[in-house]
Ligand binder design. Structure first.
Ligand code: GLV
Length: 319
């Protein structure tokens, strides 16, 4: 099998150096996404692609790359790839599960805590010279300990978020298409509920589902109106799971109290209605962005690509 790969954007050298010497490499060492035309042109005659979520690998790209054998996404989510089309064309798709679970769960918690305790507002206040005297009623936030956490999507990351919640003595509700084993529910003290009950009862709602046609705008007008006025929403999954325009309205009009968002519907654009609001914490899609984890993700993607092109099974194919 030909061993020539395209790397669509920058990767750490710790990962690049794992590419064997007999592979040829077309490496776009840049953070700027390749246009579709450029990607197609670079893929001519190539057998492997390692890419980030900023590359859209649709049927048109796959059709134009008949020699392609593997697309290794450097992410756990793979909504940027038409997996059905890849399967039809016998192209293997891989992702990077597990290595980012704990780091992503840490960041969902960072957003939850920052929003509940108004950390970003406090930083802005302290830095801007507004702090003239200690005030006992300054920047009151919401308690986290002892509250109810609603986890929508109880896969690897959702469960890692639940494990952390135990240290805060929280009541944990979860909603998922698949009910987890009773032993896992017991270990995490998590109770399965329907989505409506979760949204009505949770003080914090955190999203950990994949983006699919079923989860697009899962959080929209109807579901936001079910939430408590004091509730905080956290999204470190995918932007389009939330109807951003409706969320901006909900935050402005007080249907819910706050939101911590790492992902957006049209990244890197952020809905203009969200930017001026104080009760939302915004981050530029960095939930898995610790140094160790990003290197582990890149390394896993390279290993997947190399394995396929050496005729071995991929480590983490997309099911
Ligand atoms: C990041 O968004 C990922 O899916 O890994």
């Amino acid at each position: 099998m030909a061993k020539n790969i395209v790397i669509s954007n920058s990767l750490p050298h710790e990962a690049i150096r794992l590419i064997p010497g007999d592979f040829s490499l077309d490496y776009n060492d840049s953070d700027a996404p390749l246009s579709k035309a450029e990607l197609i042109s670079r893929l001519k005659g190539r057998s492997g692609l390692i890419c980030h979520i900023i590359s859209t690998i649709d049927d048109e790209v796959l059709a134009a790359a008949p020699t392609l054998k593997v697309v290794a996404n450097v992410a756990v989510g793979y909504n940027n790839i038409d997996v059905a089309a890849a399967k039809r064309r016998e192209v293997i798709v891989t992702n990077t599960p597990d290595v980012l679970t704990e780091t992503t769960a840490d960041f969902a918690w960072a957003l939850l805590m920052a929003t509940a305790r108004r950390v970003v507002e406090a930083d802005r206040y302290a830095r801007s010279g507004q702090w003239k005297a200690w005030k006992w009623d300054l920047l009151w936030g919401a308690d986290v300990h002892g509250k109810t956490l609603g986890i929508v999507g109880f896969g690897r990351i959702g469960r890692a978020v639940a494990r952390r919640a135990r240290g805060f003595d929280m009541r944990i509700l979860y909603h998922d298409a698949v009910r987890v084993d009773a032993a896992v529910e017991r270990e995490l003290a998590a109770t399965a509920t329907d989505l409506e009950t979760l949204l009505r009862e949770a003080d914090f709602v955190t999203l950990h589902v994949n983006l699919t046609p079923d989860t697009r705008h899962l959080i929209g007008e109807r579901t936001l109106r079910l939430m408590r006025k004091s509730a905080i929403l956290v999204n470190a999954a995918r932007g389009p799971i939330v109807d951003e325009a409706m969320l901006a309205r909900a935050l402005r009009e007080g249907w819910i109290a706050g939101a911590g968002l790492d992902v957006f519907e049209e990244e890197p654009k952020i809905h203009a209605g969200l930017v001026p609001l104080q009760n939302v914490v915004l981050a530029p899609h960095i939930a898995s962005a610790s140094r160790d984890t990003r290197i582990a993700m890149a390394t896993l993607a390279v290993r997947n690509c190399v394995a396929v092109l050496e005729g071995k099974p991929p480590l983490t194919p997309v099911a």
